[in-house]
Design a protein around this ligand. Structure first.
Ligand SMILES: [Zn+2]
Length: 141
């Protein structure tokens, strides 16, 4: 069955609609407490979403039907799938490996600009100075 037909059969308009369902929220909770990897399976980034490796059991997924992926890796995977519509979702990890390593964006400075190395150093020194001040004023023995 095609994905669209499966979704319609389950009463959903689209995959995003399905991903907002009570069932999916419950499944995500189940995954969180499963002891399975809680970081992007490709790059290890701590913020991730669950990505289907198969839509075969949509509505009754097994925990092994999904893979945790960060936004960036999902984006790269989607770009690839656009160009290779017949790629097998089960090969997701191999596809990402073939695409190579991911460089996660640098943390943003308060101004929204990326910080240079010097700015990062200056910020760290500032934080250390603040901490020392706190330690000096501490009421702990
Ligand atoms: Zn990633």
């Amino acid at each position: 069955m095609k994905l669209e037909d499966q979704l319609r059969f389950l009463g959903f308009k689209s995959l995003p609609h399905y991903l907002k369902s009570k069932h999916w929220r419950h499944f995500k909770r189940l995954y969180k407490t499963s002891g399975l990897r809680q970081a992007c399976a490709h790059c290890g980034f701590c913020q991730f979403q669950l990505r289907h490796l198969s839509h075969e059991r949509l509505g009754a997924e097994l925990l092994t039907d999904v893979l945790p992926l960060c936004n960036h890796c999902q984006f790269r995977l989607n770009q690839y799938l656009k160009k290779h519509p017949f790629a097998c979702l089960g090969d997701t990890l191999q596809i990402l490996r073939d695409l190579g390593d991911v460089v996660q964006p640098e943390p943003e400075s308060p101004s929204g600009e990326y910080m240079s190395d010097e700015e990062v150093k200056a910020r760290l020194l500032e934080l250390i100075a603040q901490q020392k001040k706190v330690a000096k004023n501490s009421i702990l023995p």
